[in-house]
Design a protein. Structure first.
Length: 231
């Protein structure tokens, strides 16, 4: 098989790429990376010394492609399918790319700050940094709530790379910093994302790893009530 994805199913950035692959039924080989296992981590670093997933290896073209947004762009160019994740129209493509970055930088990164702080040793927490992250996340939610007015997906009626980024970012953010009661349009958008077969499949495949999530009182029922994935 030409394409091999180095990934972990619980990773939001990996799910972003999985959504793109599932949207178009793109055949690929899975290589699950366990960074806690020295052998698995060492083998992965031989592919990508930075050691962060996801990474796509295209044996047919001799290319190693890291970074989730770049992987989706690469797939759109070299392995296109029925879902135009990067629109042909240049203005719509720019908007999709912008909101892809928006969800990564202003939803995913604040989320990671809040979550990673739970892993810090006792006495080494960063409460000020966490509050800053929460404040930035709220600002992002205000923008998203306004942006979604009259839209089905992030940029309109077509599902794009922006939605690939939004799905796992908002899903995990709602577990760590619940917003579904206050931000009604964003919550409705998240429900649509959860019901999308490509993301519903990611949620199902990630279930065995939920014990990794450090917020023990996280309410997963939002996903359980809305996911309709069938294997």
């Amino acid at each position: 098989m030409a394409l091999k994805l180095y990934f972990h199913p619980f990773s939001s950035f990996c799910q972003k790429v999985l959504i793109a692959l599932y949207e178009n039924g793109t055949p690929f080989e899975r290589e699950l990376v366990d960074l806690m296992d020295p052998a698995s981590a060492a083998a992965f670093r031989r592919i990508w010394p930075i050691g962060k997933f996801p990474v796509l290896r295209d044996e047919g073209r001799g290319e190693t492609v890291p970074e989730s947004s770049i992987i989706i762009e690469y797939l759109a160019e070299h392995y296109p399918g029925k879902s135009k994740l990067v629109p042909d129209n240049p203005d719509l493509a720019r908007e999709a790319r912008f909101y892809d970055r928006f969800f990564d930088l202003y939803v995913e990164m604040p989320l990671q700050k809040v979550v990673v702080d739970r892993f810090r040793p006792e006495g080494k927490n960063d409460p000020y940094g966490v509050e800053q992250a929460k404040s930035q996340f709220k600002t992002a939610l205000d923008i998203i709530e306004d942006k979604l007015t009259g839209k089905t997906w992030a940029t309109g009626e077509s599902f794009t790379m922006a939605d690939c980024a939004a799905a796992p970012a908002l899903f995990y953010a709602n577990l760590a910093m619940p917003f579904d009661q206050e931000y009604k349009q964003t919550a409705a958008y998240l429900r649509r994302l959860i019901q999308r077969p490509s993301f519903a499949r990611c949620i199902e495949e990630a279930k065995p790893y939920r014990h990794f999530f450090p917020i023990r009182n996280a309410d997963w029922s939002f996903a359980e009530a809305d996911s309709s994935f069938a294997a």
